[in-house]
Design a protein around this ligand. Sequence first.
Ligand code: SF4
Length: 139
Amino acid sequence: MGETPSKQVAVLACSGIGKTWGALARETALELVERVRPGVARLICLPLLVINDTEARQAVLEHPVITLDGCPKACARKSAEALGKKVEHPLETIQFYTAHRDLKPEGVAQLNEAGLKLAQVAASELAATVDRLAAGEQT
Ligand code: SF4
């Protein structure tokens, strides 16, 4: 008897153009889907949600969702909520720095070395969350 296949987990990062914390959201999301949990964590393009793209909307509505936002305006979380989705694991990236004060992100188009490292650390720490959500558990 085979195991129940894991669900995918949708990851939404704010666009955060011009802001360090937004750049950290983007880098963390990429680390999560490309290195930490490829094939399970699935990146959803935020602008596609904004234009009501059918596939992006379905991915958000049908899977557990992690949102990564760069400021309290919470564009990623609110874009999901606008579809009627209750986000399972909403995050604001300053939380990562609060937990790792030795890694101070700077830069906008390109994060500094500490910022890139913080994105790696944050994504690694989110692995357990992705696993729980993929297994149908709450975080
Ligand atoms: S959450 Fe903040 S940083 Fe991110 S896109 Fe929205 S306004 Fe910009």
